[in-house]
Design a protein around this ligand. Structure first.
Ligand code: NI
Length: 161
């Protein structure tokens, strides 16, 4: 387990499309564990492969709600429904947030860390996080989807909300 370096907003790797994982082997498991550690280190709710410099279709999510963190390989949104307006940030854009519209509900198919097929139905914050992280795998960043004029900086030393 290790903390990996997070790639920041101007890094071109964030704009590249990630490749499918062909086999969930020990290297992928180690990558997923490192991504969990890295996400926790920076208090994020999600992280995608390209953000640690790896162009593979892997994401992790932790909503800190008592459920285990999600580790997903080759995640794909197969259904989405409704809309929610959210205020969103990204570990590659420290302290920056913007408002945007995300689907209210998504259904995602993926492989888990053991290579087993899983289907996740999500709403609210989890639907938002899955949409955000899966976008990363196609080189799409939250600033691409923001409602113009809503980008704002939040001082990490000030209490948010
Ligand atoms: Ni992000």
């Amino acid at each position: 387990m290790a903390i990996r370096q997070i790639r920041l907003e101007n890094d071109e790797i964030l704009r590249k499309r990630s490749r499918e994982v062909e086999e969930v082997d020990d290297r992928i498991k180690e990558l997923l564990d490192d991504m969990i550690d890295t996400m926790h280190e920076y208090n994020g709710v999600g992280l995608a492969g390209p953000q640690v410099g790896i162009l593979k279709r892997v994401i992790v999510i932790d909503l800190y709600d008592g459920n285990l963190p999600l580790k997903l390989v080759n995640p794909k949104i197969i259904k989405q429904k409704g809309e929610q307006e959210v205020d969103e940030g990204c570990l590659s854009f420290p302290n920056e947030y913007a408002k945007m519209i995300r689907p209210a509900e998504v259904t995602v198919e993926a492989l888990d860390e053991n290579g087993k097929k899983v289907k996740i139905k999500a709403e609210g914050l989890l639907a938002q996080a899955l949409s955000h992280e899966i976008d990363h795998l196609d080189g799409i960043l939250f600033v691409d989807k923001m409602i113009p004029g809503t980008l704002h900086y939040v001082d990490p030393n000030e209490e948010e909300k």
